[in-house]
Write a protein that binds this ligand. Sequence first.
Ligand SMILES: [Zn+2]
Length: 116
Amino acid sequence: MQTTLKTRKETYRTALLKKRQELLLSARSEPEALATNVQSPDMVDFAVQSVEQDLTAVTANLRTRLLKEVEGALKRVSQGTYGICEGCGEEISPNRLKALPWARYCIPCQEMRSRN
Ligand SMILES: [Zn+2]
């Protein structure tokens, strides 16, 4: 069974690395998008664009957080604690990890946390 677990972890690791790459790449393309937005003289456009810029800021914020989660998960993979819930110490279900490879909590713990 150990080989299976190892293979599974390798799959998660690959998914995490891919996600991290995606996040880093989209962060890099951002300054250009912002620069294009600022260049319109039209006030109506300007109003629309400041909303768009706000959205970009929110996305950047989310991305930074997600990147941190992904890097934390990669660290747990190398430490051998990956897939263990930080709340109760139980194993996080493979289905959850498949959907959310950087998950730190099992579903019951996550639900408890979002309620509080
Ligand atoms: Zn838990």
